[in-house]
Design a protein around this ligand. Structure first.
Ligand code: ADP
Ligand code: MG
Length: 335
């Protein structure tokens, strides 16, 4: 098990001066990862503390592993009345399951438990065990009505790990805005979301880590955007020289080996960026590019293949800087 932190290094350039008044930043551990919240403006310290408290509250609600969470209760009983927040996020997760033709699958906890990703006691399950567990993965028959969620299959278990951090960053941005904050940067374990711009009005510079080396794929300047990366290099275990990572293909129940090393999704919505970065990683390059080209949702992508090819979608052309050769994917080429 190896977790490289941070997945995305954030370079905060505050006009060459670290002590700009009204900037407050704090790091803490939540949702099984390291997080940093940086806020500029009046009452910045209070805003960061409030954000941290809210993130920890959401973690308690949404974690599939904590015995006191709403999701744990739902998984244990097969149906449960949840808070509006949890049931809304489940609805969103099910929406992305449909939109991505099953690549995003929030009902695979039973399968990922077989691999030991929940309790970190890693093992390689047999094909028979996987086939049995996959029989219980049927997100299409989950119902959500008046905040009551019914899984409708005995033993099916929900896991919001592929979407919860993006949802959380989006929620925190809304909370900060309500407090009158217009400049902030969140890094929730590689899920980055920028509110507004840096105090000098320029975009936040986000460095995208290179999964192969201790260097970067490039750098992106963004305002009011989430930048979310999914990769097989982030959480994994090694057995007999083979690497097994935590993003699973719901058709096979095995780690998604799709030819991609990492996928970054850039969008105004943190929830969308998180769900789609996981989904496109499962899809692989060809399907991911087609999905992006045909989608009416507004997002950009950075794909890095196991062969070392780097590709960015056309919307990033004037924002992305890199020392590595990369190509620009244009929508008309796929229509
Ligand atoms: P991370 O949370 O590690 O930053 P992701 O957003 O890609 O990365 O989410 C991976 C997590 O999502 C896994 O740890 C697991 O909880 C869950 N997951 C694994 N495979 C899938 C999948 N195909 N669809 C949706 N969620 C998944
Ligand atoms: Mg994700």
């Amino acid at each position: 098990m190896k977790k490289i932190i941070p997945l995305v290094l954030i370079i905060i350039i505050l006009s060459g001066c670290a002590a700009v008044s009204g900037t407050y930043s704090d790091s803490f551990f939540a949702m099984d990862t390291y997080m940093t919240v940086t806020v500029n403006g009046k009452n910045a310290e209070k805003a960061v503390k409030d954000a941290e408290a809210e993130i920890k509250k959401l973690d308690k609600k949404l974690s599939a592993h904590s015995g006191s969470s709403e999701i744990y209760r739902l998984n244990k009983n097969g149906s449960a009345k949840l808070s509006r927040e949890s049931s809304e996020l489940i609805k969103q997760a099910l929406k992305f399951n449909r939109l991505t033709d099953g690549a995003f699958n929030p009902a695979m906890l039973g399968v990922s438990e077989l691999w030991g990703f929940s309790d970190k006691k890693y093992k390689v399950p047999s094909d028979k065990e996987l086939a049995e567990a996959l029989k219980k993965v049927k997100p299409e028959i989950i119902t959500v009505k008046n905040n009551t969620v019914n899984l409708n299959v005995k033993g099916m278990k929900i896991d919001l790990g592929g979407i919860a951090k993006g949802y959380t960053s989006e929620k925190i941005v809304k909370l900060l805005k309500k407090q009158g904050i217009d400049s902030a940067l969140l890094n929730l374990g590689g899920n980055v979301q920028a509110l507004g711009s840096k105090p000098d009005g320029s975009g936040w510079n986000i460095a995208i880590e290179n999964p192969n080396k201790k260097s970067y794929l490039g750098q992106l300047a963004v305002k009011d955007k989430a930048v979310v990366t999914s990769g097989g290099y982030e959480r994994y275990f090694k057995k007999n020289g083979k690497i097994y990572y935590h993003i699973l293909n719901s058709k096979t129940g095995k780690p998604a080996e799709s030819g991609l090393k990492s996928v970054t999704v850039i969008s105004g919505s943190g929830t969308l960026a998180d769900a789609l970065s996981t989904s496109l990683f499962v899809m692989g390059e060809d399907k991911a590019v087609k999905f992006w080209a045909k989608s009416d949702m507004n997002f950009d992508i950075i794909l890095y293949t196991t062969d070392g090819d780097l590709k960015i979608s056309e919307g990033l052309a004037d924002k992305f800087k890199s020392d590595i050769n990369y190509s620009v994917i244009k929508r008309p080429d796929y229509e």
